[in-house]
Design a protein around this ligand. Sequence first.
Ligand code: S3P
Length: 168
Amino acid sequence: MKNVVFIGFMGTGKSCVGRLLAEKISFSFADTDILVEQNCGMSIPEIFAQYGEKYFRSEEKKAVKEAAACSNIVISTGGGVPTFEENMAVLKKNSIIICLCASVNTILQRTKGRNNRPLLNSDKDKVQQLLDKRQPVYKKADFIIDTDDLSPLQIVNEIMLYLKRRKN
Ligand code: S3P
């Protein structure tokens, strides 16, 4: 089977669901944010603060290539990954792309109290604006799931049904 890649906005559950799916289908798991942090030896907020977003994005592109070079892997990507066409081109080559969606209220609820995302703040309008701007790239996924009312396990079950239906 192809690799499985999760795309979607911050706080939609890509890492949690990705890890769970990987376990269920006996694939390995990678998270581009974790790869960037490991490769740079610092946290994402530190990278943004010391080197800026441009540097983060170039490290993120390297992480995408690194993960996509593996087989039988589930990859969770940072929310900005699909906004770069070259990332999507690399991922689409050998992966099924799944987008997790959530409303702004859910996103703010799920990310509340954490300050590990430099591009996310509690201003609902600003989050909605960024979400709207990115919507067209998220919609390029092969399969899109609204996660608002689903548990991680329910989401994984839906994805497994979809993967079975596809049979490739
Ligand atoms: C970002 C999302 C984050 C992380 C970085 C930038 C974005 O990942 O890559 O803070 O541009 O949406 P998550 O989507 O895993 O929070």
